[in-house]
Design a protein around this ligand. Sequence first.
Ligand SMILES: [Ca+2]
Length: 334
Amino acid sequence: MANQFRLIWLIFSVIIVALLSPFLSSSEVSDLATITQYEIEILNTEEHDNGAFTQGFLFHQGKLYESTGQLNESTLREVNLQGDVLRSVNLSSEVFGEGLTVHNNTLVQLTWKSGVAYIWDIESLTLVGNFDYQDEGWGICSDGNNLVMSNGSSDLTIRNPDDFSVIQTLSVTFNGSPLPELNELECVGDLVYANVWHLKSIFIINMTSGNVVGTIDASSLFPEPSPGVLNGVAYDSGNNTFWITGKNWPTMYQVIFQQIDENNSGVDTGGEVGNSDNTGFKLPSTVEEFTLILFSGFFALLTYMLWGNGFFSLTKSRGVDNPPAATMYHGEQE
Ligand SMILES: [Ca+2]
């Protein structure tokens, strides 16, 4: 009997280890499978001022707002959807304009190394205040509650919109590795869309985990020859489209993102991507799978034990009672 239980325990252990080993060794591989790839479908191509060294780009109430950089050339602009510059304000000659966002009817404009963010009234484009910060300023967006800022590293800082203090620092990873040089940002629901300096892709970042959950191949938008990097991503929530341009690009594009091949991601995102609720990313629930395996193993063991005992009983029953000892072995027993 003891030997039988030892055998059962040995078989059970081997089964459990065999079932769990893929999960114990490759949890990172599970993350790899959750990045969905998108390509761009162009809806409209419009002119863009090729003198604009684009550093920040956003859509608000039917217009685009743009921050441009370079010393002596930095501006804040209001642009219509045909690319005409409706209004433009020059920044001080010694600052380098960077990311731009809108929050509570103010525009917040970063500067690269001056440690100051300008606060503009969006109606009058007049300066109404500023924030100070100890960092380089690259990109910024507002999720409606807080501001999200990049500084050229793989970290995003989530900031209080009232005093610009850092609430949280989020490390952004792509396939488990830090994703540095995050640049222009766009907050869309609980996701942040970021372009990375010198890359032709836009990365979709889950703001809870910091994981990149999608990549958008934007190489088809680059002018030939390309005057500069892609550095403008603006989301129009009204029709779920994006406006994209780059530094000194002669064009800007109204686009949507289409999933390239759902077989690559293993997840059906339902096609177009924009708002956070239709990106379709779902992390594998390894806890549930682990529980399922344990239960499977338990029931397998239970079944084996019951079957084993039954077989044992049957064997014992045959040996003792079938045929009855009284008829078979009566003589020998005596
Ligand atoms: Ca933006």
